[in-house]
Design a protein around this ligand. Structure first.
Ligand SMILES: *Cc1c(COP(=O)(O)O)cnc(C)c1O
Length: 502
């Protein structure tokens, strides 16, 4: 059971299917556009969405809001140094600020960064520094459905080849992302981390941890890596930090706060350079864009995030939802991690082509069915189409992510997600695809507007409808008919008895 009880509650709004269908139409079928009160269960992200403990709120009230040298900063700095062993701790308002501050001090244009997989803001900040981010996920990560441990590892052969290869002089740093968010939230083993650290040391390249989920990674190490069976998550986390030269931290994840982060560094000269950017863009080094109360809440949250009972109950919640999903026949990225489940929408909805966004189609269907907000990680996020909507680049997989906010939802809420998914799956042939009608030049999945298009064999195939793009003037009315049929397909209530509605 969860090792906490509930003291403050927030009502969950109730919406009707018709309200959700209208809301979806209003926001151009992009769930990022919804107002939060139009969502019943919000699994969009686990970032900054966790529930604070009474101890965190109390620590916040005791926060010292002095501009310089606050008591809260010194408590925070000492606690983070004790955990990480890094003598230089720079607070920042969130993880991506740590990336920007570090890269502005460390990277020069034309250099290369290597990672087990760069998180998307990390990649963007590397690119903004005029550098190139190269991902080296281990080959086992390619098999989504095989439940092997530590699929978040870096490919050590690939890393060695890069460090010895023709571009070696341009390699500025290596970042190990714990857990590997870009690869299904899979953990990194201590063995892999130690070997990567040894390679970096051998070649004089600094190693940084993207430590957003360092506690969840440490917990999975205690569960799955035999050499660490008897260790506590705290001991594993400390050892991981000690293998690296510094860390980038989004405290919105395993700091269990709504906002905050930090940069930890061993190197004094580098820390001094980072402080210049910090002062110019975040704030004085003893607050770095945060209030004293935020620093107090992070200090407390980092301890709570390492509590084995909390971590176990989080793992069990993920396992519970994973079992519900598998029960509906949906395939998952296996094994499920702690912070999110990744559903294989490409496998579930084979009638929807990648550039008609099966992951997004499943997200919309789950929202209409149960008021659940989730996010696509597939070709809407990573792909590219030409002006006809024909594919130029497709994502390797069409996934839907159900992120699990920390300490926020109960098993009953997860049961509701499972039941809603089951209802969607019963009528999966009727789920329409989508096309983009208004694109955004960068990070389009946040802002694009879409519309449903008929894509299913049960829909297009039996009616012999026209293709959904490139229509000439003659078939415009047929296309309009298609369009309204597609909109109806979004709204169609599922048959409760397994029969397909007329
Ligand atoms: C969230 C996240 C970041 C960025 O942190 P923000 O606090 O959202 O800016 C960086 N890396 C990883 C692995 C993350 O999950």
């Amino acid at each position: 059971m969860e090792p906490y009880r509930i003291k403050a509650v927030e009502p969950i709004p109730t919406t009707t299917r018709q309200q959700r269908v209208s809301a979806l139409d209003r926001v151009g079928y992009n769930l990022f556009g919804l107002r939060a009160e139009e969502v019943m269960i919000d699994l969009l992200t686990d970032s900054g969405t966790g529930a604070l403990s009474a101890a965190q709120w109390a620590a916040g009230v005791a926060g010292d809001e002095s501009y310089a040298g606050s008591r809260s900063f010194h408590r925070f700095r000492e606690a983070v140094e004790e955990l990480t062993s890094y003598p230089h701790i720079l607070p920042v308002h969130q993880g991506r600020a740590a990336e920007r501050v570090l890269f502005s001090a460390l990277l020069v244009p034309g250099q290369i960064t290597l990672s087990n997989t760069h998180f998307d803001t990390t990649r963007a900040n590397v690119a903004l520094s005029g550098c190139q981010a190269r991902d080296l996920p281990c080959p086992r990560a390619r098999n989504l459905h095989r439940p092997e441990p530590f699929k978040g590892d870096i490919d050590l052969d690939g890393l060695a080849a890069q460090l010895r290869g023709p571009d070696s002089s341009r390699i500025a740093l290596v970042i190990m992302t714990l857990t590997n968010n870009g690869e299904g939230g899979q953990p990194v083993s201590m063995d892999n981390l130690a070997r990567a650290a040894a390679l970096c040391r051998e070649h004089g390249v600094p190693l940084f941890l993207d430590a957003a989920r360092f506690a969840e990674n440490a917990y999975l190490v205690t569960q799955c890596e035999s050499a660490y069976g008897g260790h506590s998550p705290t001991d594993v986390a400390k050892e991981a930090f000690r293998l690296a030269d510094g860390c980038l931290m989004s405290a919105k994840k395993d700091g269990i706060v709504h906002i905050g982060g930090f940069l930890g560094l061993r190197d004094e000269a580098l820390a001094r350079r980072c402080e210049l950017t910090l002062i110019a863009t975040e704030g004085f080094p003893t607050y770095g864009g945060l209030a004293g109360r935020d620093l107090e809440m992070i200090t407390q949250g980092l301890t709570e995030a390492l509590d084995p009972r909390y971590l176990r109950s989080r793992a069990e919640a993920a396992a519970h939802l994973a079992a519900l999903c598998r029960g509906t026949g949906v395939r998952l990225v296996e094994p499920p991690g702690l912070h999110a489940l990744y559903l294989d929408a490409g496998h579930l909805l084979p009638h929807i082509a990648p550039h008609r966004f099966p992951g997004h189609a499943l997200a919309c269907a789950l929202y209409v069915e149960g008021g659940i907000r989730s996010v696509e990680l597939g070709s809407l996020y990573l792909g590219k189409e030409d002006s006809n909507g024909d594919p130029v680049v497709s994502a390797p997989y069409e996934l839907l992510r159900l992120a699990l906010p920390r300490r926020t939802y109960t098993r009953t809420h997860l049961d509701h997600v499972g039941q809603s998914l089951e209802a969607v799956v019963r009528n999966k042939d009727r789920v329409p695809g989508y096309r983009i009608v208004e694109d955004a030049p960068l990070l389009r999945h946040f802002r694009a507007r879409l519309e449903p298009v008929l894509a299913g064999p049960g829909i297009v195939g039996t009616t012999g409808a026209a293709p959904d793009h490139g229509e000439g003037p003659d078939d415009r009315s047929e296309s309009a008919q298609n369009r309204s049929r597609a909109r109806r397909a979004v709204a169609a209530p599922p048959a409760t008895d397994g029969r397909r509605p007329a």
